[in-house]
Design a protein around this ligand. Structure first.
Ligand code: KG4
Ligand code: ZN
Length: 337
């Protein structure tokens, strides 16, 4: 079954053609990084307008690169939640138009579930597993018992993990996009230069939850307090020390979840899953079976949407023509039904 996937939830305009939920025939990812660079962050209004300009050429190129004709497409999968509303609307409307004109079914899918599906495009993974989704908008430690059977274990109580990378990079003027730049700087720095505290969360919060606002304040406003003598305050050392604190915090919670559930397979996803230090920290653990998608499938991409969509479409699930977008998904918050 050939599924065309559409991803436009943030600033990547992507369309992919995927056979049977795993074979990527083509994928085009048009990133708006250059457009948003001068604002040091994604501007929602500009993102949606750019999707409107780009989506048809992206579609045409995805077809051309795969030598697939529109008539070969069996169904369409599109991200409809969560994300920037205006951006999501462009993708969803395009999906509906295409489905109507080709007389093919379409299914609106969840971006978080798509990220957690991404590694399955390149390898077999058995359920259950512990999912670690870390991106610019989400930070989630969860238990997965099927493609859409997600139980939230931990989440952030304030900023998302990738958002912390982006904010630190913006404050220090390291460059854009923040996560990528900090990763690159940190490789040349010494992570022992500063020792930031692991936040102690208060009542009502869960033992797998993380918090990034305290770390952000410590790095931005209290750097002297946590800086160790003998280290120069270079961008490289700041990046490395921050990165270590941000990632170690996640890894500690993740290991608690592994111990408590007895599930040793960990599947990572989202932009921060491309981070070298996180990969290194998890890959060196011999007690875990860690699956990372290749870097290009960590950040937003349509192949993961088509892959996930295949499982719905092939079992007869279709979305209604009145399907709409939603910016947030409350069901990923606890309590989870
Ligand atoms: O999954 P994604 O492309 O979009 C969202 O759904 O948010 O993730 C983007 C996020 C950004 O915050 C970016 O700074 C971060 O992922 N990111 C990284 C790296 N590459 C991207 N963070 C740390 N290290 C990286 N190598
Ligand atoms: Zn994403």
């Amino acid at each position: 079954m050939l599924v065309l996937g559409i991803e436009s939830s943030c600033d990547e305009c992507s369309i992919a053609l995927v056979a049977d939920g795993k074979e990527i025939l083509s994928q085009v990812i048009a990133t708006q990084i250059e457009i948003h660079r001068r604002f040091s962050g994604v501007v929602p209004e500009i993102a949606s307008r750019t999707h409107t300009e780009w989506i048809l050429p992206v579609y045409r190129r995805a077809l051309a690169e795969s030598a697939v004709t529109p008539a070969d497409i069996d169904g369409i999968a599109v991200t409809s939640r969560p994300g920037l509303s205006g951006s999501l609307i462009v993708g969803l409307s395009f999906a509906k138009g295409l489905a109507a004109s080709l007389d093919k079914p379409f299914v609106a899918t969840d971006h978080i579930l798509a990220h957690l599906y991404a590694p399955r495009l390149v390898q077999e993974i058995e359920y259950p597993f512990i999912g670690l989704l870390v991106s610019g908008g989400h930070t989630l430690i969860c238990r997965m018992d099927g493609i859409d059977e997600l139980t939230v274990l931990g989440t952030t109580i304030d900023d998302a993990c990738g958002e912390a990378f982006d904010k630190i990079a913006k404050y220090f003027g390291f460059g854009y996009p923040g996560g990528v730049v900090i990763d690159r700087l940190a490789r040349k720095g010494d992570s022992r230069a500063a020792k930031f505290p692991d936040p102690t969360l208060h009542k009502g919060e869960h033992r797998y939850d993380v918090s990034y606002s305290g770390l952000k304040t410590a790095v931005i406003n209290q750097l002297d307090q946590f800086w160790n003598e003998g280290f120069e305050k270079t961008p490289e050392n700041i990046a490395a020390s921050f990165e270590r604190a941000a990632v170690d915090m996640l890894v500690r919670r993740l290991l608690l979840a592994v111990d408590d559930t007895g599930i040793h397979t960990v599947v990572a996803g989202g932009g921060v899953a491309a981070n070298s230090y996180l990969r290194q920290a998890l890959n060196k653990r011999t007690d875990l079976d860690v699956r990372f998608p290749p870097a290009e499938l960590c950040t937003d991409n349509a192949a993961m949407v088509a892959g996930l969509g295949y499982h719905y479409l092939s079992s007869g699930v279709r979305s209604d023509w009145a399907a709409n977008v939603s910016a947030r998904v409350s069901r990923f918050r606890r309590p989870y039904p």
